[in-house]
Write a protein that binds this ligand. Structure first.
Ligand code: ATP
Length: 273
């Protein structure tokens, strides 16, 4: 029997070297179940895209991965989320330390009201970095593809550059503390197409040394940048208080060109969402 005939959904979603193992994760905000029974693994040093219609819980899941939901009162996270094989919600895990190892970049660029240099040096200083700060700032800006554009004005404000540059500065700030994972919540939604392509190139360059999980509404973007894709939707039911669920997780190429799941197909082809 040939391999493709024996292939199962489990094979397609298998991940060799997971950095996160998500098992039966559910999230409630007060009494509202936002996400129910989500299980899949996120591969190390690859790009994983979270896609799906508005309100299906993509950002909610992303915030579970660095325990940001802890900061939202009334939020409960159930199930298990292992980070490097350890349950990151265990009592003895320090959430602040988790957030240091797992950086985040938001929808709107949010540089601090300080110089470009200080934006990048901020995290390392906070962590008591003992190495050469100038080198670290330069290296981080180089990795974020911004050095050539800002090296002559490192003392200028981080808010006095274009939106796309600000977003790359936020990426430089996030990677300056050498996180293992970078979570990105629609990082290009406030940017023009050229700035968007620069961030996409950067995502591809960073993958390989960093695990990236990106929430995006842009199907082409998910197709261009990610290795794996998780498609979420809302369960059938009444109105808009329905729990989000994982519909399918597989290689991005499979999701976009070969899926036989009708819900995934309808969403990808624009028939829904
Ligand atoms: N802090 C909160 N308190 C209460 N409900 C929330 C909170 N954050 C999100 N929700 C609800 O949880 C559900 C999932 O929201 P979430 O933002 O995770 O979805 P999403 O798929 O990222 O949506 P979008 O694509 O529009 O950003 C939605 O119904 C939303 O209204």
């Amino acid at each position: 029997m040939t391999a493709h005939l024996t292939e199962t959904t489990a094979d397609r979603s298998a991940v060799d070297d997971p950095v996160f193992e998500i098992a039966d994760a559910s999230v409630t905000y007060g009494s509202f179940v936002a996400l129910r029974n989500v299980s899949f693994d996120i591969p190390r040093n690859r790009v994983t895209a979270l896609i799906g219609p508005s309100g299906c819980g993509k950002s909610t899941l992303l915030r579970c991965l660095n325990r940001m939901n802890d900061l939202i009162p009334g939020t409960t996270v159930g199930g298990t989320i292992n980070f490097n094989g350890e349950n990151m919600y265990d009592d003895d895990i320090d959430a602040a330390e988790v957030r240091r190892r797992i950086g985040m970049v938001f929808q709107r660029p949010n540089p601090f009201q300080m110089s470009i240099y200080d934006n990048v040096a901020f995290g390392p200083r906070l962590n008591g970095y003992k190495g050469n700060m100038d080198d670290l700032v330069e290296r981080s800006l180089q990795r974020a593809g911004l050095w050539d554009e800002v090296y002559k004005k490192l003392k200028d404000s981080g808010t006095a550059i274009s939106g796309g540059q600000q977003q790359r500065l936020c990426i430089a700030r996030a990677i300056a503390v050498e996180p293992e994972v970078l979570l990105m919540d629609e990082p290009c939604s406030a940017l023009d197409p050229i700035a968007t392509l620069k961030i996409e190139d950067l995502i591809r360059e960073l993958a390989g040394t960093l695990t990236i999980v990106i929430v995006t509404h842009n199907m082409q973007q998910a197709g261009r940048v990610s290795d794996k894709t998780a498609f979420f939707s809302v369960e059938d039911g009444d109105a808009d208080r329905r729990p989000g669920e994982l519909v399918e997780f597989a290689d991005t190429e499979y999701i976009f060109t070969k899926t036989t799941n009708k819900r995934t197909e309808d969403y990808i082809s624009g028939r829904f969402g």
